[in-house]
Design a protein around this ligand. Structure first.
Ligand code: 5GP
Ligand code: ZN
Length: 119
């Protein structure tokens, strides 16, 4: 069923506490944790607790939950003190864009200069 945990999903396991992660924030609907392979001084992933395969699927099914993720991205940036210098919110969608985990998530990247357009 839409949103149900998937047995083979790494981020469902992190949400359930079955795989350890450095959690920086948690709400009723979201979890934010540090990326295991950080690409910037601040590199945090924000995920919905419910399982959706990508950002567009999540947005179509659960607009409020999508907004929750974006609000949490802002809270993470504030806690990591990167609001002043700027930060980037990224949803890689599809393998051609670098998506490797098929549980919707956004990246919060900051704490260094960020080129535009990205590579
Ligand atoms: P994607 O490439 O799908 O947009 O992002 C997946 C991210 O998950 C990558 O940046 C990768 O480093 C991160 N990642 C993969 N496995 C783990 C893990 O076990 N723990 C954490 N904290 N991050 C992970
Ligand atoms: Zn999942």
């Amino acid at each position: 069923m839409a949103g149900e945990p998937q047995a083979d999903c790494l981020f469902c396991k992190i949400v359930a506490g079955e795989v350890p992660a450095t959690v920086v924030r948690e709400t009723e609907t979201t979890v934010a944790f540090r990326d295991i392979n950080p690409q910037a001084p601040t590199h945090v992933l924000v995920v919905p607790k419910a399982h959706y395969r990508d950002a567009a699927t999540l947005a179509a099914a659960e607009p409020q939950l999508t907004a929750d993720l974006l609000r949490e991205a802002g809270e993470v940036a504030a806690e990591d003190k990167v609001v002043g210098t700027g930060y980037r919110i990224v949803f890689n969608t599809g393998s051609g864009a670098g998506q490797t985990i098929w549980h919707a998530h956004l990246h919060v990247l900051g704490g260094r200069g960020l080129d535009w357009p990205p590579g």
